[in-house]
Design a protein around this ligand. Structure first.
Ligand code: FES
Length: 155
């Protein structure tokens, strides 16, 4: 456990007195520092907030923006929800897997890019949609798909 986490937990509890409400911002803050939430981190957070470890694990697993494994600097989420599926998200995912040489759920060996799927990102009017480090991009065409990898993408 990093020394500052205790202070961060106190700050989260001051803002959100219920421990289960303080959990989300604390996990987010720690993940921003660590880049993912390891099993040890999950246990530390449970101790800090006096919550059961399985509860903290379930919350960290439920939300797709909490990462249980190290991720790359550029995190690409491809929406696989119904509207996006009907507009080519499978093809988009396969295209990106081919370009990156990795499968969904993996990170390139140089640690630059992680490719992840997401459930409906609530931007169905932009289907097929991707998120690059939380920035929405869509509709993603074959031409713009490669820009997701280079940072030239416009949302
Ligand atoms: S199904 Fe993709 S944003 Fe809703």
């Amino acid at each position: 456990m990093k020394p500052e986490w205790e202070l961060w937990a106190q700050e989260a509890k001051a803002e959100f007195p219920k421990a289960n409400s303080a959990l989300l911002p604390l996990l987010h803050r720690i993940q921003s520092q660590e880049h993912y939430l390891s099993e040890d981190t999950i246990r530390d957070v449970a101790v800090l907030l006096k919550l059961p470890v399985p509860y903290v694990e379930s919350v960290a697993s439920f939300y797709s923006l909490y990462y249980k494994n190290p991720v790359g600097k550029r995190i690409i989420h491809v929406c696989m929800g119904l509207s996006c599926a009907l507009n080519g998200s499978d093809e988009l995912m396969h295209h990106l897997e081919g370009k990156l040489g990795i499968q969904e759920g993996q990170t390139t060996p140089d640690g630059e890019v992680s490719l992840l799927e997401a459930e409906c990102l609530a931007a169905c009017n932009l289907a097929p949609v991707a998120q690059v480090n939380l920035r929405f991009v869509g509709p993603v065409t074959e031409d713009t798909a490669d820009q997701l990898l280079t940072g030239e993408v416009k949302s």
